[in-house]
Write a protein of this length. Structure first.
Length: 119
């Protein structure tokens, strides 16, 4: 399990085409990629299971905890990205609710775009 940061303060200010916004880069893929958005209500859980392919969870709102193969849980909040390799056991749960994007692709390499966070 690896943690990354996609918070606004690590993004890049974009001014091209008279734009004015901050972009936090996530990933780039060439092959098929599944992108979904998850809504976990209070006391919601994504049960303990193996990742069927490399998977990146990007927390947008709320908070919760995640774990990998060990029973140690790590707090996640908006701006936290968690990456699991194919076959890695993992779980996500929340007391108050959480929303997140999930990106699944055989070629994910979030470290090529995002800053890794040491846990």
């Amino acid at each position: 399990m690896e943690f990354y940061n996609f918070k606004k303060d690590i993004g890049v200010n974009i001014t091209k085409f008279d734009s004015n916004f901050v972009m936090s880069r996530i990933v780039r893929t060439v092959n098929a990629t599944h992108i979904g958005f998850m809504y976990l209500d209070p006391d919601g859980i994504i049960g303990f299971h193996q990742a069927t392919m490399p998977q990146l969870l990007l927390v947008v709102s709320g908070s919760g905890v995640v774990r990998g193969e060990s029973e140690e849980y790590f707090k996640v909040e908006p701006g936290t990205a968690v990456f699991w390799q194919k076959g890695e056991w993992h779980e996500t749960k929340t007391d108050r609710g959480l929303t997140a994007f999930v990106i699944e692709s055989e070629e994910l390499n979030p470290g090529s775009y995002m800053a890794k966070v040491e846990t």
